[in-house]
Design a protein around this ligand. Structure first.
Ligand code: SAH
Length: 195
């Protein structure tokens, strides 16, 4: 993935498209913002860093858990081949779908449901990104990661997690290492936080 292209895209993408009304003037600030339903969109530099850590290319099939506003989804759609994104709150999923369609992306499939179970129909995925905090890495997400693939997932209690990079080598051996501390809202669902 070309770092310069990623940075240029980051600078060109207006985050105010992903928040509502009175929050729009705050969009350029490097801080999380509310997106309704008690959820938040991350600070832009974190989205940039997580996108870079995924090492995307146009051959990648990506699974995203936690569509939220669709801001992170836009980076995935821009730099990966196909994006499959799951959100549990129907209103957020619909809103993101409309935003991404308006921006002209046609390589994204949206689903409303429990993403802690992954999305088996289109597995395996070259990349998986979870933008909500899990107590441990949901087993079905590991199962749906392709050999040679990478997954980013915040692991830890509400309030403070370790952004964890999970890798699967060509033989299917799974490794994990913590990258840095992050704060995400909780992943709920069958394999969500506290499960
Ligand atoms: N990446 C998003 C922010 C996500 S906030 C953005 O760029 O805006 C985390 C999102 O994860 C919330 O929208 C929340 O509803 C969703 N979520 C939490 N648990 C989930 C689950 N089990 N399955 C799917 N989505 C989930």
């Amino acid at each position: 993935m070309d770092d310069e292209k990623l940075r240029a895209f980051f600078r060109s993408l207006d985050r105010s498209l992903f928040v509502e009304g009175g929050l729009k003037p705050l969009a350029p600030l490097d801080r999380p913002l509310p997106i309704g339903f008690g959820q938040t969109v991350s600070q832009p530099t974190l989205v940039l860093d997580m996108t870079a850590a995924l090492e995307l290319d146009k051959n990648c099939r990506v699974l995203e858990i936690g569509t939220g506003s669709g801001y992170q989804t836009t980076f995935l759609a821009e730099f990966a081949g196909e994006v499959f994104t799951v959100e549990r709150i129907p209103e957020l999923s619909l809103q993101a779908r409309e935003r991404l369609a308006r921006l002209g992306y046609s390589n994204i499939r949206f689903r409303t449901g429990d993403g802690s179970l992954g999305w088996a129909q289109y597995a395996p995925y070259d990349r998986i990104i979870v933008t909500a905090a899990a107590g441990s890495v949901p087993p079905r997400l590991i199962a749906q990661l392709k050999n040679g693939g990478r997954m980013l997932i915040p692991v830890g209690p509400p309030g403070l997690q370790e952004l964890t990079l999970v890798t699967k080598d060509e033989n299917g051996a799974v490794g994990a290492r913590a990258l840095y501390a992050v704060t995400f809202v909780e992943l709920v669902g069958d394999f969500g936080w506290g499960k």
